[in-house]
Design a protein around this ligand. Structure first.
Ligand code: DX5
Ligand code: ZN
Length: 218
């Protein structure tokens, strides 16, 4: 388990001034910028695409952590890589060839993540864990910010922590959805080392971002 890093989800940002928001997050001590890409098909919401990733890229030197909730994802991997993503995370259910998606992401010189929905078992990772840089456990059903943390995911985080440690490799264990000061502690003690937080980062406005982020580190 590495040091805890906080990845604010810009889903809760003011989209009319995204550049400013991202600069404020960096100044407030964020570690990654988490970008939720939704297609209205894999998940019941539509957000942003590669053009927006490209537009915000010059506003930060932080790791751009792009969470692809789109199906299929493969046709868009190159576009998100070109737009400046550093990490590309895909869901196994989004396409028939998870291993190929991972190969493509690595071939583009980017870090590869795999995200598991709440009902998706940890064993989906059995034959890909050694090849990836990040596991993302969804602690809500993907699609929207502001939902409640699903407690059953703590068991999954614990199991994946053990599996990661067995590999001896550096693999981020990220948790996404319903993270607040209380669930952050639970997720970290279950083995998470990157926390995605939308609502909890942005509450109270820009003047609070630094305190909000610091409050999640446990
Ligand atoms: C949900 C997204 C999350 C979301 C988290 O589909 O993947 O990143 O923005 O929002 P909060 O922190 O509000 O649960
Ligand atoms: Zn996300």
């Amino acid at each position: 388990q590495q040091a805890v890093r906080i990845a604010p989800s810009i889903l809760s940002a003011d989209f009319s001034r995204l550049g400013e928001e991202i600069r404020a997050l960096e100044a407030a001590g964020a570690d990654y910028i988490h970008v939720d890409v939704m297609d209205g098909h894999f998940v019941p919401n539509i957000t942003i695409g590669p053009m927006v990733v490209k537009a915000i890229r010059p506003h930060t030197s932080l790791v751009m952590d792009v969470h692809l909730m789109i199906s299929p994802a493969d046709p868009y991997l190159d576009a998100f890589a070109d737009a400046g993503a550093d990490i590309l995370t895909v869901h196994p259910e989004a396409g028939p060839h998870l291993h190929r998606s991972i190969q493509r992401i690595k071939g583009l010189g980017k870090k590869a993540g795999v995200s598991l929905n709440p009902a998706t078992p940890a064993k989906m990772l059995d034959y890909v864990l050694e090849d990836i840089d990040l596991v993302l456990v969804m602690s809500v059903n993907p699609g929207f910010g502001g939902q409640s943390f699903i407690d059953s995911q703590l068991r999954k985080i614990e199991a994946i922590r053990k599996a990661i440690d067995k590999t001896g490799k550096v693999i981020d264990l990220q948790v996404d959805g319903g993270i607040d000061q209380v669930t952050a502690v639970a997720a970290i003690s279950a083995g998470a080392d990157v926390l995605v937080a939308g609502t909890a980062t942005f509450k109270g406005g820009p003047g609070q971002y630094a305190a909000n982020i610091a409050g999640l580190r446990g």
